[in-house]
Ligand binder design. Structure first.
Ligand code: SAH
Length: 346
């Protein structure tokens, strides 16, 4: 079956035309889809038309399977896809709006040692419509519509490596930022990657305004290779050069994620090397004490030490902040919730 959310407005117009339906039906159908309505919830289209559509297409490709609300208000969603696979997402509320963290793959094949998403490898890529569905479904859950949206920001930081599912992810970004749809500004979308250099360079030429976030997690190749297998394919200098290219083409400030792991990458010497690596760049470093993943045996740096690391970077004129950890009580880190469910712990 094909899913209607995989199509742009223009493509929906074509589908409608091919079915011999009136032109304005396209707008009615597209609005209903953007409000995440199932066929039986759509009242302004005829039953016969909807049942004809349903022969070829599905409407809502995922459902909320479980929902956990943390003490700090962070909500963790577990969704079930049509094929039974589970993916997860997190909703974080800030003063300026609501940010949703979306998954791009079921599982992941990158193998980062600290990350729960990759524990069972890659199951499959998500389609553009399945990524979009996470945004539309939670927007609806918050009482929003596509015209009066409750979701204001998106981070592609859930399970999966977005650039390992390149075409679907780029299509998703265009769909979610389309004026005909929920129309979330590309400037409010961050894509996080472990550093697939060839794809970063390709992304730089897509003419998008999204923020590129790099999961750096080390100041040199030796340390990076200890936790991130991708470092064996692309050296840290290549990654930095690709981000410089992205900045030159898009003028968007680069963000580096740096998870502080006790005794691995949190020394002052590491801070100095890191400062040297990004010297002169328009960038910001997000420090986050590692969210411990028991299966991996790696421990987060204390918050006190994280602030000392930040201050060292500040002395060296590098912009950095220690990120609030959100949703720790509800397995907020990437892939942790799905891992628990797969292990029958919930
Ligand atoms: N694959 C992409 C996006 C998904 S992960 C990437 O690598 O960027 C989103 C972020 O969470 C990444 O920076 C990732 O390295 C980080 N992360 C994963 N597990 C973590 C953990 N246990 N503690 C802190 N950050 C973690």
């Amino acid at each position: 079956m094909l899913n209607l959310l995989d199509y742009s407005y223009n493509e929906i117009e074509k589908i409608i035309a091919e079915m011999g339906e009136k032109f304005f039906r396209a707008k009615q159908l597209y609005s209903a889809l953007q409000n995440y309505k199932k066929a039986d919830e759509i009242s302004n289209l005829s039953k016969s038309f909807l049942s004809e559509l349903s022969k070829t297409y599905t409407f809502c490709p995922l459902q909320i399977f479980k929902k956990f609300v943390g003490k700090d208000g962070t909500v963790k969603y577990l969704y079930k896809l049509d094929d039974g696979n589970l993916i997860e997402g997190v909703l974080m509320s800030y003063k300026y709006g609501n940010t949703i963290c979306v998954s791009t793959q079921v599982g992941c094949r990158m193998g980062c040692k600290f990350c729960a998403s990759t524990l069972n490898g890659l199951v499959r890529n998500l389609t553009a419509g399945e990524i979009l569905a996470q945004v539309l479904c939670v927007n609806k859950d918050l009482g929003g519509t596509y015209e009066n949206r409750k979701i204001t920001n998106i981070v592609l930081m859930g399970s999966g490596e977005p650039l390992d599912n390149y075409d679907n992810v780029v299509k998703f970004i265009r769909l979610v930022s389309s004026e005909k749809g929920i129309n979330i500004s590309q400037r409010n979308i961050s894509l996080s990657t472990c550093g697939l250099v060839d794809k970063i360079n390709k992304l730089a030429d897509e003419n998008l305004q999204i923020t590129l976030t790099i999961s750096l997690h080390a100041p040199n190749d030796d340390i990076r290779k200890q936790t991130m297998p991708i470092a064996n394919k692309y050296g840290i200098k290549e990654v930095i050069n690709a981000t410089k290219n992205y900045f030159n083409k898009t003028k968007r400030r680069i963000v580096f994620e740096y998870a502080l792991i006790s005794g691995v990458n949190d020394s002052f010497e590491c801070a100095e090397q890191l400062a040297y690596l990004v010297k002169g760049m328009s960038c910001h470093i997000n420090l986050i004490p590692l969210n411990e993943v028991k299966e991996r045996g790696l421990v987060g740096t204390t918050r006190k030490k994280a602030y000392a690391f930040m201050n060292k970077l500040a002395q060296l004129n590098v912009s950095a902040t220690v990120r609030r950890t959100m949703g720790e009580d509800i397995e907020g880190a990437c892939g942790q919730l799905r891992a628990k469910v797969l292990n029958n712990k919930i």
